[in-house]
Design a binder for this molecule. Structure first.
Ligand SMILES: [Zn+2]
Length: 338
């Protein structure tokens, strides 16, 4: 099969590798007709995160089950399924509390930027749609696999809801899905922080009521100006840098909540500033599996269309162009067709 492999920072190529096989009886093999590049793939691409040798890329997937192991009971070949970047058993105490991405049996998945992939713990990880959806819905389901699930978790962690003002730091696909989530959860006012016109437009389409172009200290000042000097009730942090984290904490009112889902890189929190901020911090790798039943229903019934985050589609063999487009911020999120 063909799969995108990162060999060094800035170096992605598509190569032939053996098709994945069932290894454990709890595995499933998925056949992929669409896959995508994640903002988090840019960390190793930019050399910020170290690569341990050539790495098959991709951890977002929504497609047809090709084969299942002998112990798999809840999904069967031919079904359309969605899973997430951590396989989970969905039965341990941590999963039952809703934190599937910290499942005691969790396993990372990779190689989704290819024609086939192996998903461990298929019963706990995958959720099937009632029927195979029409093709135009596939980008939406693919978004549910990571960016929508992650934006949704951020909005829930930030306690977005009726009567709340929500600020969103980060205008990548996750931040934009955070806007969509905040809207669905009933937030009254949603302030998207973005200086990029196409992203501002999509933010508004997803439900943003205000746009703030300033960032850092100036961004914090602007959010306070818009909220009677208090700050937002709920702030979504969807970047993962020192500046974005401090921007998120600074934009939150005392007693408010930050939902942080940008994979942190060298973030250090100042103890005293945090102490006097009175801000709740909650986040981490999103337990997407917790939200999949609801997200898949909303997408399948066409209540939401998170697939709009894909603004560039390429054949898998042109994955390198897709990485460049995302790295240079020419594309919000790139869809690849194997
Ligand atoms: Zn578990």
């Amino acid at each position: 099969m063909r799969v995108a492999v990162m060999t060094a920072p800035g170096q992605v190529h598509v190569e032939d590798r053996p098709d994945p096989q069932i290894i454990e009886p709890t595995d499933a093999i998925i056949r992929l007709s669409a896959t995508c590049i994640c903002g988090s793939d840019l960390w190793p691409y930019r050399g910020v995160e170290k690569l341990e040798g050539p790495q098959p890329m991709g951890h977002e997937y929504a497609d047809i089950v090709e084969e299942v192991g002998a112990a798999v009971t809840t999904v069967r070949p031919g079904q359309f399924v969605v899973g997430s970047f951590f396989a989970s058993d969905n039965t341990c105490e941590i999963c039952r509390a809703g934190y599937h991405s910290s499942c005691i049996h969790r396993e990372g998945v990779s190689g989704a930027q290819g024609q086939y992939m192996r998903v461990p713990l298929a019963d706990g990880t995958l959720l099937a749609t009632p029927e195979v959806p029409s093709g135009d819905l596939i980008p939406g389901f693919l978004a549910a696999s990571d960016v929508l699930g992650t934006g949704w978790f951020a909005a829930v962690a930030a306690q977005a809801g009726p009567g709340k003002t929500v600020a969103v730091v980060g205008d990548g696909a996750v931040g934009l899905c955070g806007v969509l989530a905040a809207r669905q959860l009933g937030a009254e006012r949603i302030i998207a922080m973005s200086r990029h016109e196409a992203r501002q437009r999509l933010a508004r389409e997803f439900g943003a009521t205000d746009i703030v172009t300033e960032r850092g200290e100036e961004g914090v000042t602007r959010i306070k100006d818009l909220t009677g000097g208090l700050g937002a009730h709920s702030v979504i942090e969807a970047v993962g840098t020192q500046e974005s984290m401090m921007q998120a904490i600074g934009s939150t009112r005392p007693g408010g909540h930050v939902g942080y889902v940008g994979v942190t890189h060298d973030v250090q929190l100042p103890g005293m500033g945090l102490f006097f901020s009175h801000v709740h911090l909650h986040g981490g790798p999103a337990p997407v599996r917790r939200f999949l039943p609801e997200l898949m229903r909303l997408i399948g019934e066409r209540h939401i269309d998170p697939g709009k985050v894909f603004d560039l589609a390429l054949p898998l063999d042109q994955a390198a162009d897709g990485y460049r487009a995302m790295d240079e911020r020419r594309a919000i999120k790139v869809l690849l067709h194997p």
